[in-house]
Design a protein. Structure first.
Length: 369
């Protein structure tokens, strides 16, 4: 799965018309569903029937798997999910509007090393830290991207939620302790990650960089999965260190960006980056010129629990500028709750329909085969 996003967006200029006020609620359900990435209980050997049924009904935009989901049944199970989508009214609708085929987004965290591989015994063999510390990070980064793409394609994935672009500050901090950062300087991170990204994109794997604007300053105990995190990074350091790898990847044409759930008071002292219009719209799309698709971190993360129930958090995320909402709580119901919240937000005027139409266009362009 790969495409020129700019070309596809031009081809989809009429897609937003299906979200007009004269359309029935069922169309809102279908369109809202394309903004939600579902997950399911990893103790099940295959996706549950409920997920196949929702996909066949056109209410699923994609799925996210962890390593514990992946087994010998996975390639066939994911192929069945794609077949269910091809039989859905969503597929037919987008085919009619755009003249292009689309598929589900099927994603995992194929970062490399031993901790964050999405595919058992897959690649890359080296961690991000090992790639960055090598004598030739560009060549080794390309090799890691080739390995990641091969592992993902073997199991019918088409999205890699990697690489991590954070520039770590101290040995043993949050990113460095798990070997997830490619380096202590933005130059080292860029040198390793751009080939990693390009190698996967050349092999049909879509790539999401993370966690914008970077978690390199987080202490070892500052984990946004567990609790709220505030990173008191100066605006100068954000611009001269943390944002540089993201700027380089965006300039190179990366497909997706995942924001951080940390708060950066230098820009917004009330909301995490992923819930902040200042970060998502003013900086990411405005200053950095990103035109691709944005995807949230996990909606059940401890860092964002203070912002209401999952329905409210999802609507705030969309208002901030996230295109895809990651319902990765290992429960199909979470995705359903989020989808219904988005429908209600659109119907009641809580979510801007114009912004939602543009986000839908970006998502469908990304998913064009």
């Amino acid at each position: 799965m790969h495409l020129s996003l700019t070309h596809s967006l031009l081809a989809l200029t009429t897609l937003g018309g299906v979200l007009g006020t004269k359309n029935p609620t069922c169309d809102l359900n279908i369109l809202a569903g394309q903004h939600v990435i579902y997950s399911w209980d990893y103790t099940l050997p295959n996706p549950p029937d409920e997920l196949y049924d929702l996909t066949r009904a056109g209410l699923v935009g994609g799925v996210m798997l962890y390593d514990l989901h992946v087994n010998n049944n996975t390639p066939a199970a994911l192929a069945r999910l794609q077949d269910a989508y091809k039989a859905s009214p969503a597929y037919k609708l987008f085919r009619k509007q755009s003249g292009r085929d689309t598929g589900l987004l099927i994603m995992t965290n194929e970062e490399g090393g031993t901790v964050f591989n999405g595919v058992h015994n897959g690649g890359p063999a080296l961690s991000a830290k090992e790639v960055g510390a090598s004598s030739d990070p560009a060549t080794v980064g390309w090799q890691a991207g080739v390995q990641a793409a091969a592992a993902l394609k073997k199991y019918n994935f088409n999205v890699d939620l990697a690489p991590v672009m954070g520039v770590y500050r101290e040995e043993g901090n949050f990113l460095d302790s798990s070997n997830r950062s490619y380096g202590k300087t933005p130059q080292r991170v860029v040198k390793a990650t751009l080939p990693f990204i390009k190698a996967q994109r050349a092999r049909g794997i879509l790539v999401s960089i993370k966690h914008f604007p970077g978690l390199g300053a987080a202490r070892k105990d500052q984990n946004t999965d567990a609790a709220p995190v505030t990173l008191n990074v100066t605006l100068d350091d954000l611009n001269s260190i943390d944002l540089l790898p993201f700027k380089a990847a965006i300039k190179a044409g990366v497909d997706m960006v995942m924001p951080s759930w940390a708060i950066y008071p230098a820009v917004d002292d009330t909301r995490p980056a992923g819930l902040s219009r200042k970060w998502m719209r003013d900086i990411l799309r405005g200053q950095l010129g990103f035109r691709g698709v944005t995807i949230t971190e996990a909606m059940e993360a401890g860092a964002i629990l203070p912002y209401g129930g999952v329905e409210e958090r999802a609507k705030i995320a969309v208002q901030a500028g996230n295109d895809l909402i990651l319902a990765s709580g290992l429960d199909v119901t979470e995705g359903e709750v989020i989808r219904k919240a988005l429908v209600a937000g659109l119907a009641e005027g809580e979510l801007d329909q114009g912004e939602f139409r543009m986000a839908t266009d970006r998502i469908i362009a990304l998913r064009s085969l």
